[in-house]
Design a protein around this ligand. Structure first.
Ligand code: SF4
Length: 205
């Protein structure tokens, strides 16, 4: 039996958009690694890669005026499907003045093999980048990226700094389970870059 896929879902006052399952990381705390491990039974696991049209048709069923923001998030890394992300963001901006946010691992430049920051001008209001850890070593341990010969920590950091030129607000996030000491070091690092740090609550499946 073909089950319907969850392309949009509500979290608090936001409307979340689930673009793709793809991600080059394998974070130890990722919700994909929690739960019962059986993606097929999880409503956010996409059975096929949706097209921009499918996602837009799903958004059309929603009343955007009900929400405080639209968030590109979901079960994978949205910049893995950059064209879809941009097309959907264009659609949202063409029909509504609602704020748009991207939650990203910040590796979009490596994923797309080019600098993508300028693509977000006029399309996103906020970019939230997962800093995850205060050092490259700890970052690699936690995120386990598949790009072995690349300094992903540096690439993520550079992306966050560059994207400030194109969107209204950029923030870094860490999950609270990394502990006070690492949170403080992360905060100092974020401060140096002039980027706000948000400490997210760890959600286990
Ligand atoms: S970057 Fe996000 S989607 Fe990818 S493994 Fe980490 S937490 Fe999961």
């Amino acid at each position: 039996m073909k089950r319907s896929m969850t392309l949009t879902y509500e979290v608090g006052s936001g409307l979340y958009i689930n673009i793709t399952n793809k991600c080059p990381c394998n974070c130890t705390f990722c919700i994909r690694n929690n739960g019962d491990g059986a993606y097929g039974s999880d409503p956010l696991w996409l059975e096929h890669q949706p097209t921009a049209e499918e996602i837009i048709n799903d958004i059309k069923k929603r009343d955007l005026s009900k929400y405080s923001e639209v968030v590109f998030c979901g079960y994978g890394e949205p910049t893995c499907e950059l064209d879809i992300l941009l097309t959907v963001a264009d659609y949202i901006k063409s029909v509504s003045s609602i704020k748009t946010r991207l939650n990203t691992n910040g590796l979009g430049n490596i994923i797309n093999k080019r600098s993508i920051e300028a693509d977000f001008r006029g399309r996103l209001d906020t970019v939230s980048v997962s800093l995850n850890a205060p050092t490259k070593e700890e970052y690699d341990e936690v995120t386990r990226p598949s790009f072995k010969d690349t300094d992903c920590f540096a690439a993520m950091f550079e992306f966050a700094q560059n994207v400030k030129n194109y969107v209204g607000e950029v923030m870094f996030t860490v999950v609270d389970v990394i502990g006070e000491e690492k949170i403080e070091l992360s905060r100092r690092l974020a401060d140096k870059a002039g980027i706000k740090l948000r400490v997210r609550e760890y959600i286990s499946g």
